[in-house]
Every structure is written in C-alpha cells, then in structure tokens.
Ligand binder design. Structure first.
Ligand code: NDP
Ligand code: MG
Length: 383
C-alpha cells in the first residue's frame, strides 16, 4: 500500500527535493496535496504531474482562468491566508510534509497534529515560535515529528537506540556561512549577492541569509531544544566548514555519535519519508580517498550576534523566540530588498526583543500577536 503525502511549499527548494525523492518510488507514494505561495504556473505543472486531490495558493489570488484549469484537473484549490490550515484539516494524507518557509508553517503543523497525522518538518520556524505547544500536542497524540533539517536528522539518527537520560549534549555543526572568515567591520558592506552565495548548500533565499547571519543556527538550537527535549544550555554549536558531519550527540559515558554524508538535503528528506525504514538511493557518496580534513572551531558570538540573540531568546522562553523569529523574517526581507544593511538585521531583532511586552506562558493567539507585532515593529523602525 502506498503512503499518501501532503507537500506544503512544493515549489520551494525543499519541496522540489521532496518531490524528487517521491519520484524515485512512484509505487510507494501518492501525493494528495501541493501548495505554493506565488508560483501558480509551477504549481499547475506539478498538479498535472502528481494529480493531487487538493492544491493551495497562499500569496496571491490566482486568475479565474487558472482556477478553472485546476478545477478541470479535478483539483480543489484553496486560496488565502488559511489555505494551508484548510489543507491540513481536509486532505486525506498519512504524512504531512511541511516545507514552507517562515511563520506561515506554524498553524498548519498544529492542524495536522490535531488530526494525529505524522509530520515531516523542514519548517523550523514552527518549533521556534511554538515549540512548547507543538511538542505537547505531538506527545498527546503519540506522534514522532520527523526532522528534515539536516542537523536534526543527524541528531535523530544518532539517538536511535539510545536512552534520553544518557544524552549529555547535542552538538550542532555549522558551516559558518560565506562570512566565516570576514572581520565584523566589513559586515556593514555585505551585498545581497555576497550573502546569497552559500559555500556548501543551495537553498531558498531566506534560509541562505539566515545562514550568513548565523540566525539559522540560532533557530536550529531552539528547534533541537524542543525536538529532543534537551535544555538550551546543552545544545552547543561547533563550526565545521566542510559540512560533512551533519551533527552529533555526546553521551554520559564520553561517547560521541554523529552522522556524516555529502551535503545533500535529499538524504534527510528521504529518511523522513521512509522512516522507520531506510531505503536505497543513488545520491552521491562520501569519497574517503579525496576527503582530506574535517575541522572544528567554536563560534564567534561577538561577530555573529544573531546566534547570541537566539540563545538569549531561547532562555527567556515565552514569546521571545516568536518575536525574534518574526523580527528576523521582516529584517531579512528588508535586507533582500536593499532597504537595510546586513549588520542592521541583528540590531532590529534586538530592538524588537527589548521593546516587546514579554508574555511568559503564551497561548496560540498570543504567539500570533507577538509575531505580528514584531513584523510591524521592524517595518516601522527600518530607517
Ligand atoms: P524556499 O523559499 O525555497 O521555498 C519555500 C516554499 O514555501 C515555496 O513553495 C514558497 O512558495 C512557499 N512560501 C513562501 N512563503 C510562504 C508563505 N508566507 N505562506 C505559505 N507558503 C509560503 O524555502 P526552502 O525550501 O529553502 O525552505 C523551506 C523551509 O525548510 C524553511 O523553513 C527552511 O528554514 C527549511 N530548511 C531548508 C533547507 C534547504 O536546504 N533549503 C535546509 C533545512 C531547512 P513560492 O514558490 O511561491 O515562493
Ligand atoms: Mg540545517
């Protein structure tokens, strides 16, 4: 019997790789829902190919003739802000693959969990905003959230067969991004083109900028804290520029387990799709004849202020990570549009965190309000 899947953010970098993995096993997977924010033509192509039951366009209203094209293909199309939550609530799927970018992924994940569905999560922002609520719901429903993020997949794999109490520390590796060797003084001159030029990974624009500021690693610290139920101070970051060891777990007997491989997102994606099994692939293999060195250095928190801000927000808990995440999303958009400088990204996030009236035990509605407040704050303070 085939596994039915919903792919949110199907037109993005992760979404395309998810569909590539699906293509390797056409008998084993059936795609039931596909979504895009703005790429209606690309979504139509995908709909023709995968013949899902549902589709969604969240970022703009498709023209009537496009809606007709979807309908002619027998596909129900949802539009607007709540389209992803409606898909999560209505489509008939076994596995909910959340590969949208940003806070938009949060409520749909909760909706899929409400139905007790298995989740493969690329959208790390879900856990940054509402990790406590999400994990509580996952535990209530007996669901294991399957990480797609390569570091978390590596930790997930390292923890297989291990007891939780034996974990001493989680060690997330980071490439350090394109500015690892730059002096901080040069950060005010960073161009969008330079920041989008990641040394090891090809990804969507938002996460690529997050990798350049190292906010990505900060988001991943919070993601790991919730996903693996480990205190924030026991999630350590190590700079490993080769991106071969995808992350590690240190155990109480002094043993360290990690997961290695060529940097290729299809590996963690395929595992999330096939778990608890591990299927074959023809993805590139590590070549130990040419691999020369694996190096490790501690991160520079003075230079990469976003990483320090993320640890602070994680320790403050409550609404702080949601405010930080939304301020970051807004600041990254402003940077990508050439409205602010690269070094203003952490400044604006810091100001948002300082000005927000912190809520220590927020519910879902308070998290959404905190998110909206932070976006508006950053847009108003940009100049
Ligand atoms: P992309 O920007 O490439 O794709 C994002 C997808 O989400 C697209 O389909 C996009 O539609 C859609 N989308 C964008 N904004 C919204 C919105 N507001 N509401 C609903 N849908 C939206 O991102 P990535 O694939 O790179 O990243 C997706 C997620 O996975 C992120 O959370 C990222 O941090 C995480 N991740 C990504 C990795 C990677 O290698 N790319 C690695 C590890 C984690 P449209 O095509 O119209 O823009
Ligand atoms: Mg990652």
């Amino acid at each position: 019997m085939s596994k039915t899947i919903a792919v949110l953010g199907a037109t993005g970098s992760i979404g395309c790789n998810v569909l590539h993995c699906v293509d390797q096993f056409p008998e084993q997977f059936r795609v039931q829902a596909l979504t895009t924010h703005t790429h209606v033509d690309k979504l139509l192509e995908l709909v023709k190919r995968y013949k899902p039951e549902f589709a969604a366009v969240t970022g703009r209203s498709p023209a009537d003739h496009d809606i007709n094209l979807f309908q002619d293909l027998g596909v129900t199309v949802f539009t607007g802000q709540d389209a992803l939550t409606r898909i999560a609530a209505k489509a008939d799927y076994d596995l909910f693959v959340n590969s949208v970018v940003g806070a938009a992924g949060f409520l749909p994940t909760l909706a899929a969990l409400d139905r007790g569905k298995e989740i493969a999560l690329a959208n790390k922002e879900t856990l940054v905003i509402g990790g406590e609520l999400v994990m509580k719901k996952a535990h209530e429903k007996g669901i294991t959230i399957l990480p797609i993020d390569s570091e978390h997949s590596a930790v997930f794999q390292s923890l297989m067969g291990e007891e939780h109490q034996a974990v001493e520390e989680i060690i997330l590796t980071a490439s350090g991004g394109p500015f690892r060797t730059w002096d901080r003084e040069r950060f005010s001159q960073v161009t969008v083109e330079q920041a989008l030029n990641h040394p090891n990974w090809s990804m969507g624009n938002k996460i690529t900028i997050d990798s350049a500021t190292m906010m990505n690693k900060g988001l991943e610290v919070i993601e790991a804290h919730w996903l693996f139920d480990v205190p924030v101070e026991k999630v350590r970051v190590v700079i490993h520029p080769q991106s071969i060891i995808h992350s590690m777990v240190a155990f109480r007997d002094g043993s360290v387990k990690g997961q290695m491989g060529v940097p290729d997102m299809r590996v963690p994606i395929q595992l999330a799709l096939t778990w608890p099994e591990r299927w074959s692939s023809d993805f590139p293999r590590l070549d130990f004849d040419t691999l020369r060195e694996l190096t490790f250095t501690p991160p520079d928190f003075q230079k990469f202020q976003c990483l320090a801000l993320a640890y602070d927000a994680a320790n403050r808990r409550g609404t702080a990570p949601a405010v930080m995440n939304a301020a970051n999303e807004a600041a990254v958009q402003l940077f990508l549009s050439n409205v602010i400088r690269f070094d203003q990204i952490p400044e604006l996030i810091d100001r948002a965190l300082q000005d927000f009236n912190h809520v220590s035990k927020p519910d879902e509605a308070e998290l959404i309000r905190a998110d909206q407040w932070a976006r508006e704050f950053v847009l108003a303070k940009k100049s």
